[in-house]
Design a protein around this ligand. Sequence first.
Ligand SMILES: Cc1cc2nc3c(=O)[nH]c(=O)nc-3n(C[C@H](O)[C@H](O)[C@H](O)COP(=O)(O)O)c2cc1C
Length: 336
Amino acid sequence: MYGLIRPLLFGLDAERSHDLTLRALCMAPWLGSLSSRVPSLPTTLAGLSLRNPVGLAAGLDKNGIAIDAFFKMGFGFVEIGTVTPRPQLGNPQPRLFRLKEHEAIINRFGFNNLGVDALCANVDRAKHRLGPLGINIGKNKDTDNDHAIDDYRFCLERVHSRADYITVNISSPNTAGLRALQEAASLYALLASLRETQLKLSSSRRVPMFVKIAPDLNEADIEAIAKVLEQDVVDGVIATNTTLERATVAGHVHADEVGGLSGAPLIARANEIVRELRSALGDAFPIIGAGGITSLADAASKITAGANAVQLYSGLIYRGPSLVRDSVAAIAKLKQ
Ligand SMILES: Cc1cc2nc3c(=O)[nH]c(=O)nc-3n(C[C@H](O)[C@H](O)[C@H](O)COP(=O)(O)O)c2cc1C
């Protein structure tokens, strides 16, 4: 089915096709049958019960308008956002580019979203939460890093009662200065403070908090980040966001577009980060692997690298919803 639709979608401007697909998904009753084709592979992640360990990565449904549809597609968990306290338009268009030959995407959206109150209203309307719903939080563009904590805390407080987990996104390359929050001292200050808020809010229900990191970090950076994460400031880590690297797509007409690269060219680097995190953090620390899954072998390779669960985005655009089923099947086979 997706094979038939894809040429039509790929014939349109990338962002227009993205918007149309999301809107169509909100109305697609046929999605009900897709989830029944996805094998069951119960997995526990940071105390959350997943029907399978394949999730939707953040950024596809920034405002949470198609939550039901993504669960019906068979995802074991769905992450919406990144959401910021106030609505913002993001960067001027064009800001989304397909690199078809590489099964890759470059985006510089810049956290375009309707703001946290609109997202909460959409979450309240969702009817088929067939698994954990993650809400990914960020800061507004015009909030400087010295006040970033206020934005994250504001979002955390707003979404807490509605989320099954919360992701602190400090790794988008499209908000100037955001990635500086990954530096150990800033990271500790941010996460320790958010942890306090999380624990205060968690008196009746514990909502795990994850942090999402970039692939553009060297081994020393990863070790420094791991040391922070070991101090019980988060419940898990998502690795990785999009990359600034372009070596894998050099020569492509869109290779030099500013933004983050995702999809197939990211798999090796993202897996390497998962391996380094696993080695630094030990067996018990929850790691969610994202970046570059476009085939069942890719999904399995993330688990082999040390991830407890995986997320995908670009692969869904190139391969369609069958990638969810194939990924779950490949991971199930690995675990037999
Ligand atoms: C168009 C686009 C928008 C994205 N927006 C966000 C976002 O708002 N927040 C976030 O944490 N990650 C965002 N991401 C990153 C993805 O969640 C994911 O980490 C990354 O794309 C790597 O996975 P993939 O290779 O399967 O796409 C975005 C990715 C794409 C392609």
